[in-house]
Write a protein that binds this ligand. Structure first.
Ligand code: ATP
Length: 456
């Protein structure tokens, strides 16, 4: 069982706003629901999440190539993919007082969990009766050009995957790869969600990290298992506690229109177990649909076996914002200090931490600031650094703890005499004395080491 945790969603939202990780968009106009902006530390953290995903897909393997396809594709892409007809959720509206809209499937799942009859659900807010469900398409529509005729209607992509399928032939021709191989992409997707919420867990625009792995049909099961394990391990290697993570196979009635088998990686958020990523066996659904829709042959011809076939696809599809939220939640900790003070600390994996090292002069005189800046410059190549001379050193440590900086380097009187500094560890609070010249190698070495959450 997972241990009791001090973290709540409210604390995460408050910390993100206070330290400028993530905050509501358009706030001076009153904000726009479920839309957020990422500030300095948020951008650094999310960039690190994306860099770790690219590292796992590209740098650590030879069988995946990168792609960045357009957000606005030919509208027929969504016709062939099934999104125009089938990418919808069952929407019901309260006919009672509150008139709120709900996703019927969510209400029914909750009823089943409470042991109630799902066919008798009523409005959770006011108890009112609910309307008949109607399918609500989640794609945002817009137009190209100035005239709103049907020929100019286009859609903001609801997933990055289709750009990959549509480019399959082009990538196959130039990448010198053959199945099994994958095409990976990170980019924004847009969904007009009926019930967005829970901070950046479900928003209208979000970033996806998706990879389509094309395999000979006979190998698809083996590769599905490979990717389920690989994706689960990605989160634990980045420090997520194993008892807060699980792989859950979809029930038959949960499967998407394209999938013959999906397992979700789920994280135990303060709101309960929720999906971080789906690993789907899509069969040849997409290539076959686009082959039919476009009239282009999308088969692979194997010159050795002289076989011609449509590859099957295994798809790990992750949400970058959701992963970022999970890393934040998993890292958040509070520690009571002597005197009753509480230290808030983000125990992030050092490779995910927005800032790797902060350099702090103990006092703002005697040449300490100059030397501290020099040290900071020597560490720039190792990772993101910060220089801070404002306030007591205790306050400065706390500021770094709150944004998850793993190491603080402090310049003091002794530094000027023997060119050594103290290195303070965010998690153990231990301080060690290190020669300035050894610092870059020391920090680089620690960044390369495996890391486990001290909360585990
Ligand atoms: P959900 O059931 O939560 O709506 P989904 O199963 O429809 O998600 P997929 O289509 O499999 O999601 O998309 C892959 C990933 O993209 C999800 O696992 C999630 O991490 C992310 N994602 C999907 N929709 C959103 C959203 N509205 N906001 C943030 N992330 C999202």
């Amino acid at each position: 069982m997972a241990s009791a945790d001090v973290v709540t969603m409210d604390k995460i939202v408050a910390l993100c706003k206070r330290r400028g990780f993530v905050f509501p968009a358009s706030e001076i106009y009153g904000g726009i629901a479920n839309t957020y902006d990422y500030g300095h530390y948020g951008v650094l953290l999310k960039n690190n999440v994306k860099a770790e995903w690219w590292r796992a897909m590209l740098q650590d393997r030879d069988d995946v190539v990168a792609l960045d396809s357009a957000i606005i594709q030919h509208p027929r892409v969504w016709e062939s993919s099934g999104h125009l007809a089938g990418f919808s959720d069952p929407l019901v509206q309260c006919l009672g007082e509150c008139k709120k809209r709900w996703r019927l499937d969510h209400l029914q799942e909750a009823a089943v969990e409470r042991g109630e009859d799902p066919s008798l659900v009523r409005c959770p807010q006011c108890g009112g009766e609910l309307s008949e469900p109607r399918d609500f398409n989640l794609m945002f529509k817009t137009q190209i050009g100035t005239v709103a005729d049907t020929g100019s209607t286009v859609y903001l992509r609801p997933e990055t995957a289709q750009g990959i399928f549509v480019d399959f032939k082009q990538v196959l021709a130039v990448s010198r790869k053959k199945p099994p191989f994958g095409i990976a992409q990170i980019g924004k997707s847009f969904r007009n969600e009926i019930t967005p919420g829970n901070f950046i867990f479900r928003t209208l625009e979000f970033e996806q990290m998706e990879m389509e792995f094309f395999v000979p049909p006979a190998e698809s099961q083996t590769w599905h298992e490979h990717w389920m394990k690989a994706r689960f391990d990605w989160y634990t290697d980045l420090g997520v506690r194993e008892d807060h993570l699980r792989l859950r196979p979809h029930e038959q009635d949960e499967l998407s229109h394209y999938s013959s088998g999906t397992s979700d990686v789920e994280y135990l958020f303060p709101i309960g177990w929720s999906e971080l990523e789906g690993i789907a066996h899509r069969g040849d659904y997409d290539l076959s649909a686009h082959q039919q829709g476009s009239g282009e042959k999308l088969e692979y011809f194997d010159p050795q076996t002289r076989e011609r076939y449509l590859p099957h696809v295994i798809e790990p599809a992750a949400g970058c914002d959701r992963a970022t939220l999970a890393f934040l939640v998993d890292a958040y900790d509070e520690e009571e200090l002597e005197g009753g003070d509480v230290r808030t600390v983000l125990r992030l994996h050092p490779r995910l931490a927005p800032v790797k090292v902060a350099v702090l002069p103990l006092v703002k005189k005697d040449g300490q600031p100059e030397l501290a800046r020099e040290i900071r410059d020597s560490l720039r190549r190792v990772g993101q650094t910060e220089y801070d001379e404002g306030g007591s050193v205790g306050k400065r440590y706390r500021r770094q703890d709150e944004v998850g900086t793993p190491w603080c380097v402090t310049v003091d009187h002794q530094t000027l005499e023997d060119r050594t500094v103290t290195v303070r560890d965010r998690d153990t609070l231990e301080q060690e004395r290190v020669a300035i010249d050894d610092l870059p190698a020391l920090i680089a070495g620690r960044l390369a080491q495996p890391w486990r959450s001290p909360k585990a």
